[in-house]
Design a protein around this ligand. Structure first.
Ligand SMILES: Nc1ncnc2c1ncn2[C@@H]1O[C@H](COP(=O)(O)OP(=O)(O)OP(=O)(O)O)[C@@H](O)[C@H]1O
Ligand SMILES: [Mg+2]
Length: 281
């Protein structure tokens, strides 16, 4: 292999969104996995802390999962942009597009609930013939406070809240990032719906508490103790648990390109005529 050969990506043929997602390591060097499919994940913390890095780790797993479809919203275009080819929808800095996509997701979610009810079931499971739809948003404040009119921003928050509240059982997990998870960006009622929360470096214990939940800083769990140079380090809390210090496995642009290429190939359309031709040929 030549010195400038593309990075080798050690992946299996494909993954499932029902598999635990590898996020990185904890402070003891043990691997950290997340079962995302019936949950949601919120990443908060100051600029440059590593939130987009975490979103990309999840996006990589989702891209390689043939049983999931990706819906990506990225106000900066470049954070999740490398996954655009494997996503069903890629929304850039366009609130109208964002609203259209969220409304469609809401319709899909309603249809799935109708299906579940008709089958006397409470949640989507593997084998139901329905893909998991992984929605990734980087960053919420861009759509809830920066672009668009006030009514558009309010509709965005309302649709997002509905998705986060009801999407889990319908197989639509939401992963979102925000620099400041304060009430003007994400209402507390919305924030509390995220079962997993990751606090990257914060400047005040109060901001850290806003991400992790009230009172954790006082108990010694505060993202203010993460050094500014320790990008990708965070406190991760799962519903009902204790915050755990993690370091996210960072994917370089080259690695993301390689994984996205591979994922696009795994997801390539295969038609029956092509198969017929192969059998015949
Ligand atoms: N897990 C990691 N390990 C090593 N370096 C990292 C890690 N995560 C991020 N970095 C470095 O920190 C930089 C900023 O990370 P990232 O873009 O994820 O921050 P962010 O929290 O999304 O910032 P912003 O709020 O500005 O979007 C990256 O370009 C990378 O150089
Ligand atoms: Mg970012």
């Amino acid at each position: 292999m030549s010195a400038n050969a593309p990075a080798v990506v050690p992946v299996g043929p494909s993954l499932s969104m029902y598999d635990p997602i590898y996020l990185g390591i904890d402070e003891f060097g043990e691997p950290v996995y997340l079962n995302l499919v019936y949950r949601n994940l919120l990443a908060g913390g100051e600029p440059g802390g590593g939130k987009s890095g975490l979103l990309n780790a999840v996006a990589a797993h989702a891209a390689l999962s043939v049983d999931t479809r990706l819906v990506l919203l990225d106000g900066k275009l470049v954070e999740l942009g490398l996954w655009a080819d494997v996503a069903d929808e890629f929304v850039g800095p366009d609130i109208t597009h964002a609203l259209t996509v969220l409304r469609r997701l809401q319709t899909v979610m309603n249809n799935r609930y109708a299906w579940l009810r008709a089958h006397g079931r409470r949640k989507i499971a593997p084998g139901d013939g329905m893909s998991v739809i992984t929605a990734i948003i980087d960053e919420i404040a861009f759509y809830s406070a920066t672009v668009g009119t006030k009514p558009e921003q309010e509709e965005f928050v309302a649709l997002l809240r509905d998705l986060v509240a009801r999407g889990r059982a319908a197989g639509i997990p939401v992963v979102a990032a925000t620099q400041r998870p304060s009430f003007d960006i994400i209402p507390t009622s919305l924030r509390d719906l995220f079962g997993y929360r990751a606090a990257f470096r914060c400047t005040t214990p109060n901001t850290s508490n806003i991400v992790l939940g009230h009172g954790w800083a006082e108990q010694g769990y505060t993202a203010t103790d993460i050094a500014p140079t320790n990008q990708g380090a965070a406190y991760l809390i799962a519903e009902g648990g204790t915050p755990r210090r993690i370091k996210v496995a960072y994917l370089s642009d080259t690695q993301i390109q390689a994984i996205a290429d591979y994922a696009a190939w795994v997801r390539r359309p295969t038609t029956s005529s092509r198969l017929d031709w192969e059998v015949a040929g």
